[in-house]
Design a protein around this ligand. Structure first.
Ligand SMILES: C[S@@+](CC[C@H](N)C(=O)[O-])C[C@H]1O[C@@H](n2cnc3c(N)ncnc32)[C@H](O)[C@@H]1O
Length: 295
């Protein structure tokens, strides 16, 4: 796994435990002080997790140019990033590099700030806004556009919540709103499943034995057939989830009580955050889902 902008290394150590001794985690950061800080805890965690040798490394580099940091093509299963891509002046380069170093079937799972209305060019350069991560915030549609240009599947919204900004910032940005949102972007070959299918989660993922909350739109309950669109079918068939799901072409499936038609999915993090702030439960959390949808 790779963490873009690993900072103090906190997320890398959490991943280190998850992937175990046979896995490996790389954190990349451009700041010497952060690298030094993160490296201080390698021995501590190696011992704490009972590993024979460290499974984490921290390397110096810019996330816009992973090649310069000697990261080869098709190297990682999963990339994560938290509050970093937003700070990059060239987000397309970051996502293009992420795509290059991901294996087929891999994904980048990342959280960042988004703005509901793009800022004019002069405000994007405003030092205060840039320092707060606001100057660099994309609209969610810009993210979808960049992802499509690079070849990623449509970004899948996981969660989002409103971010409140202080009065000084409000005076500059006006009535614009901000959310912190998490998206998953998969790299899967284009030629796989072409038709909509029914997916059945067979379980087998530790911690998700009964149901798998895949994103804001889909929660799969073990043994239940859920109709999924072509792209999600492709993702499930071509990613690390492949051996956890049974997929069947929807047209060939007999109608059954346990199947449900494809639902409208939500990609707009502001719509999601609005629903959450109005007191709605997470779209598909808890037990209020049925056939992969909220009931
Ligand atoms: C807000 S911190 C987030 C750190 C960590 N991801 C976390 O959640 O705690 C941003 C980090 O990204 C790094 N960073 C920002 N822009 C970068 C770039 N273009 N290339 C590499 N690292 C970058 C900074 O040095 C800093 O450590």
């Amino acid at each position: 796994m790779l963490d873009l902008g690993s900072g103090s290394g906190r997320d890398c150590y959490m991943l280190s435990k998850l992937v175990g001794q046979k896995g490996h985690v790389t954190g990349i950061d451009m700041t010497d002080e952060q690298l030094e800080l993160s490296r201080q805890y390698i021995d501590f965690h190696t011992e704490k997790f009972g590993f024979q040798q460290p499974n984490v490394e921290f390397i110096k580099g810019y996330i816009e140019d992973l090649k310069a940091a000697n990261i080869k093509d098709n190297r990682y299963d999963v990339i994560i990033s938290n509050c970093v891509i937003n700070l990059s002046p060239d987000k397309k380069a970051v996502l293009r590099e992420a795509y290059r170093v991901l294996k087929d079937g891999g994904e980048i799972y990342f959280s960042d700030m988004y703005i509901n209305k793009a800022l004019p060019a002069e405000l994007k350069e405003n030092k205060l806004l840039w320092g707060e991560g606001i100057g660099g915030a994309l609209t969610w549609k810009e993210l979808f556009h960049i992802a499509a240009e690079i070849g990623f599947c449509t970004p899948r919204l996981v969660t989002a919540r409103y971010i409140t900004v202080n009065e000084d910032l409000k005076n500059i940005v006006g009535d614009r709103k901000f959310v912190s949102a998490t998206f998953r972007l998969f790299k899967v070959p284009q030629d796989a499943v072409k038709i909509k299918s029914q997916a059945v989660y067979n379980g087998g993922i530790t911690g998700y034995e009964d149901k798998l909350e895949f994103d804001a739109n889909f929660t799969f309950k073990v043994g239940e057939a859920v109709e999924v669109d072509q792209e999600l079918g492709r993702i499930l068939k071509r990613s690390r989830f492949a051996d956890k799901f049974s997929l069947q072409e929807a047209e060939k499936m007999p109608c059954s009580e346990s199947s449900h038609p494809i639902k409208e999915t939500i990609g707009d993090p502001f719509e999601f955050a609005e629903a959450e702030s109005n007191g709605a439960q997470s779209l598909c959390s808890g037990d209020n889902f049925e056939g992969g949808r909220c009931s």
